[in-house]
Design a binder for this molecule. Structure first.
Ligand code: ZN
Ligand code: ZN
Length: 432
């Protein structure tokens, strides 16, 4: 049976609970939320393509001075040392912490540049009404890589470093820091201004042909029953572009991604990643994360030692920020994901709306745990006064990076709609 294109244009599905909803087009500046689970369905932004194009051009102009010019200079013991973001990464690589250095390199340097190039390419072509065949692929790559770029976390790391060192060193600020701060504002503005649905609709209208998709030979029967999931109506929401398509299609006709009614192997993959991160969390907290050499005498400190240092010096606010980012957030993410995984058991029906909101919160906070790693990267570049004083990463930094990567991965593989499915099938059983 052929899908009814008219019906598909009038409906959409929630990515949080899979409830079928009428496709409402909100006014610019307004957001449509799912009435059942509270997930954002659509967020409209006016002149999104033009604004994103202007912001991406500004971001590209700011990128090179932000990354290569020195951020600041530290002066202590008559020595002075200045560092740019590139310097902090090079020195980190020289310390032989390959996993940590690679993660800092990707999240603070490579991905921010790649994202700016991708979003400039997409918005420039859409603005010019030019539709090369690579456009869906470029926008898909932007969406998938977006959360792994962490310039705003790096900037918070710069602020923490300044507060940490202001009593023991004279600090001079350079043009690189101002350019980098502007770059962070630009990338945050792009995330706010981008209207993904408008971008995808424009790409879809401009494409002469849709992605070819094989069918799974399952008949489509559209049900008019309200408040039921897309899956039960033979429909599937694309994970990448959020287009609703008949679930017998193998690939999404708009972005070309593989179409699954639920994320593939969601539960076993999330369990594996959550257990891995729980395992690595132990050495990440027990082993030293930073080594400070003062007059040749090494002093190794754990994450907790660093937090206690701030509390002893009266910097309660900074101590609380590092405590939240380095201890509270990883533990909350692991416990929260365990609760979500246990909620996928049959007949687990309590607090589903709150649990869906908790899932979105876990996905949002994941990247902020990298804060401590960025502070160490900056300190190792800025405090390099030979015999007198130097800062290096210590073994816990590797385990800590693995915890951050595994919990972020777990938030990507988990599909909250499975919780709602199990609740729904349970109700059905009781009715039967
Ligand atoms: Zn929902
Ligand atoms: Zn798609």
């Amino acid at each position: 049976m052929k899908p009814d294109a008219d019906i598909l244009e009038k409906i959409t599905a929630c990515s949080g609970c899979d409830m079928l909803l009428p496709a409402i087009d909100p006014a610019p500046g307004h957001t449509v939320l799912c009435p059942r689970c509270g997930t954002t369905i659509k967020k409209r932004s006016s002149h999104s393509i033009l604004k994103v194009l202007a912001l991406s051009i500004t971001g590209l102009l700011l990128y090179f001075p932000s990354i290569f010019l020195p951020l600041m200079t530290f002066e202590s013991f008559g020595f002075h040392d200045s560092a740019s973001i590139v310097d902090s990464i090079i020195i980190f690589f020289q310390n032989d912490y390959f996993i940590v250095s690679s993660m800092v390199l990707l999240s603070a340097l490579v991905l921010p540049a790649l994202l700016l190039i991708l979003i400039f390419t997409v918005s420039f072509n859409l603005y010019r009404e030019n539709y090369p065949s690579f456009l869906p692929l470029a926008f898909k790559a932007y969406i998938k890589l977006e959360e792994w770029a962490m310039v705003e976390v790096y900037l918070l790391g710069v602020m923490i470093t300044v507060i940490k060192m202001k009593d023991s060193a004279d600090i001079q600020y350079h043009i690189g820091l101002f350019c980098f701060s502007a770059l962070v504002l630009i990338s945050m503005a792009i995330t706010t201004m981008i209207d993904r649905e408008i971008f995808w609709q424009t790409i879809e209208r401009g494409e002469k042909k849709q992605f070819y998709s094989r069918t799974r030979e399952t008949p489509l029967t559209l049900c008019k029953e309200p408040q039921v999931s897309a899956n039960r109506n033979g429909l599937a929401l694309c994970h990448t572009c959020h287009k609703l398509s008949p679930s017998h299609l193998v690939t999404c006709p708009r972005c070309g991604d593989r179409l699954h009614s639920r994320k593939n192997q969601s539960i076993p993959r999330t369990w594996a990643l959550v257990l891995t991160s729980a395992l690595f969390l132990v050495p990440a907290n027990l082993l030293p994360i930073m080594r400070v050499d003062l007059f040749g005498i090494p002093d190794r400190s754990t994450i907790l030692d660093g937090i206690i240092y701030f509390f002893h010096n009266g910097s309660w606010f900074i101590g609380m920020i590092i405590f939240t980012a380095s201890i509270l957030v990883p533990v909350f993410k692991i416990v929260g994901l365990l609760i979500l995984l246990l909620s996928t058991r049959p007949c687990s029906r309590r607090f589903l709306r709150k649990k869906t909101k908790m899932f979105h919160f876990i996905a949002f906070i994941g990247r902020w745990s990298m804060l401590d790693i960025f502070v160490i990267a900056l300190l190792s570049a800025l405090v390099d006064f030979g015999f007198f004083s130097s800062v290096q990463a210590a073994p816990a930094a590797t385990y800590f990076c693995l915890v951050v990567a595994a919990t972020m991965g777990a938030a990507i593989t988990f599909d909250p709609r499975i919780m709602w499915d199990r609740c729904f099938s349970c109700t059905k059983k009781k009715e039967d």
